[in-house]
Design a protein around this ligand. Structure first.
Ligand SMILES: *Cc1c(COP(=O)(O)O)cnc(C)c1O
Length: 403
């Protein structure tokens, strides 16, 4: 037994991950091989610059690792160029901005409340302070992106960059339409596929190429790799992107994480991964249906992806409350703003549910229908008499059957 109490906490966290039902849309369970690379001696190596042009000696083997990882990503996503060094999705986005824009330039991107990401120009984020942000949302009735309204905004404001991509938009993104609008107004087009990278890899969401100039993705969400990110782009942007990542915004790359990205990419290239992603989408659709049948409001009426949003305001509850109620019995969701939400993001009027993590553990469509029903029962029992402790046992029973 190790002395350091942090190892006790690690054990507890491991148990929580196994005993709970994880419906957090941005999380997943990385494979043993991914964890092994992440926790390997590659942590010890300093790596700055690109393959073959490093600022340190001793890079012979890590050069092979990074070169192979780059090739895997280019092949899987049909990309002309890949940079596998960004530490996270946020730094990947900033690298693209740094490569393509000057401070004060105009970006047209999705509002946070409609599903966009903080780094797409929210006022509290550096992106919102550095650039002039014009934002688009979704149609209030349909919950869908209104491409006509988007085109009008683009024509009116002449952005230098248009961003497609979101953290809580459950529908297919029409990259071709975004690209046509960008071309029409002379804007660059960035597709941020942080959430849907796994679906794109499996061919279950249309590819951003050949439409996007640059693509950013995280490797730890549906892609099921280590925490990190990758930038994919057309050759004409390759040099600018590489220089924006290093020396632009990062120093040393995390070689342990790059190797784990390579392992995850090989896994994402298999037929099993495609089957897994099919299951993820089927499960999300099955759950959304159960909620709809019970009178819940699912934003946009359903989902084409691994996630969906529920408006919990009709229950007289906030997203924060539902998140906390479910956490007490071991079901993990996150509060989320819904389109036209008047609550602050810390409270939020909705919850976001995702199926990528539980599908990794083997959750079937029937499991997912049962979990949706269980969630509905828990919330109504809570509204009835507040005592829901008996449900914790049911949750553990479900997860004890999984890997
Ligand atoms: C998750 C996410 C990011 C940021 O990823 P981090 O690794 O948390 O920095 C960027 N864009 C979108 C759309 C995301 O969902």
């Amino acid at each position: 037994m190790k002395q350091d109490i942090l190892f006790n906490f690690l054990k507890k966290e491991e148990a929580r991950q196994l005993e709970g039902i994880n419906l957090i849309a941005s999380e997943n369970y990385a494979s043993r091989d991914v964890l092994e690379m992440t926790g390997s001696v590659l942590t010890n190596k300093y790596v700055e610059g690109s393959v073959g042009a490093r600022y340190y000696s001793g890079c012979a083997f890590v050069d092979q690792i990074e070169a192979e990882t780059i090739e895997r990503f280019k092949k899987l996503f049909h990309a002309e160029h890949a940079n596998v060094q960004p530490h996270c999705g946020s730094s990947a986005n900033f690298a693209v901005y740094f490569a393509l824009l000057n401070p004060g330039d105009t970006i047209l991107s999705m509002k946070l409340s409609a599903g966009g990401h903080l780094t797409h120009g929210h006022s509290v984020n550096l992106s919102g302070k550095m650039y002039n942000i014009i934002s688009y949302g979704v149609d209030e009735k349909t919950g869908l992106i209104d491409y006509q309204a988007l085109e009008q905004l683009a024509t009116e404001h002449k952005p230098k960059l248009i961003i497609a991509g979101a953290s809580s938009y459950s529908r297919t993104l029409d990259f071709e339409k975004f690209s046509n609008i960008a071309k029409k107004v002379g804007a660059y087009f960035l597709a941020d596929i942080a959430h849907i990278a796994g679906l794109v890899a499996a061919g279950l969401h249309p590819s951003p190429f050949p439409w996007a100039d640059c693509v950013t993705m995280t490797t730890h969400k549906t892609f099921r790799g280590p925490r990190g990110a990758v930038i994919l782009c057309k050759n004409e942007f390759a040099q600018r992107i590489d220089r924006a990542v290093m020396p632009g915004i990062q120093g040393g790359a995390f070689m342990n994480v790059i190797a784990a990205k390579g392992v995850a990419c090989a896994q994402a290239s298999t037929p099993e991964f495609k089957e897994y992603q099919k299951q993820v989408i089927q499960n999300a659709q099955a759950m959304a249906d159960v909620f709809t049948q019970h009178g819940y409001t699912v934003v946009s009426g359903g989902t084409d992806t691994h996630l969906f949003l529920i408006d919990v305001r009709p229950l007289g509850l906030t997203g924060k409350q539902v998140e906390e109620i479910l956490e007490t019995v071991g079901i993990f969701v996150n509060r989320n703003a819904i389109p036209y939400d008047s609550n602050s993001p810390m409270v939020a009027g909705g919850i976001r549910i995702g199926t990528a993590a539980i599908a990794t553990r083997g959750a079937t469509q029937t499991d997912c229908e049962n979990i949706a029903q269980l969630t509905i029962d828990i919330v109504s029992e809570y509204l009835d008499k507040e005592d829901i402790s008996a449900y914790a046992e049911l949750v553990r029973e479900i997860t004890s059957r999984w890997s």
